[in-house]
Design a protein around this ligand. Structure first.
Ligand code: THU
Length: 128
């Protein structure tokens, strides 16, 4: 758990967020133990911005990984640590690949975190 949070903290340092100033880092652990990290990447047109969680998921899927165990998320403005709760779009993207038992670790530090399941965050998610 601590190692995954540490990787999310490291990914946060790459956040590109000149518009919100809110930095987010995520570390997505695959069932085989591989970890993909991500940060938020904003855009002057706002709409094309991408959250840290989706960056990590898209990196993983584009590298051939689709089985995920858990994700750690950290964030905050410069000098602050808050535990970001994934936005609705990211919850839906996670639900495309993950079971309701998938763990979402929302952390403010390596020893300070809350674990919730995707099923708790997005009950009755849409699927085809
Ligand atoms: N953001 C994330 O990357 N993940 C979250 O869980 C919440 C929000 C980003 C989107 C935007 O770049 C900034 O944080 C402020 O909303």
């Amino acid at each position: 758990m601590q190692k995954l949070i540490k990787q999310a903290i490291s990914a946060r340092s790459h956040a590109y967020c000149p518009y919100s100033g809110f930095q987010v880092g995520a570390a997505l652990e695959c069932e085989d133990g591989t970890v993909f990290t991500g940060c938020n990447v904003e855009n002057a047109a706002y709409g094309p911005s991408n959250c840290a969680e989706r960056t990590a998921v898209f990196k993983a899927v584009s590298e051939g990984h689709r089985s995920f165990k858990r994700i750690a998320i950290v964030g905050g403005h410069e000098g602050e640590n808050v535990a970001p709760t994934p936005c609705g779009v990211c919850r839906q993207v996670l639900s495309e690949f993950c079971d309701p038992s998938f763990e979402v670790i929302m952390a403010t530090g390596e020893e300070e975190y809350e674990v919730v399941t995707l099923g708790e965050l997005l009950p009755r998610s849409f699927s085809l």
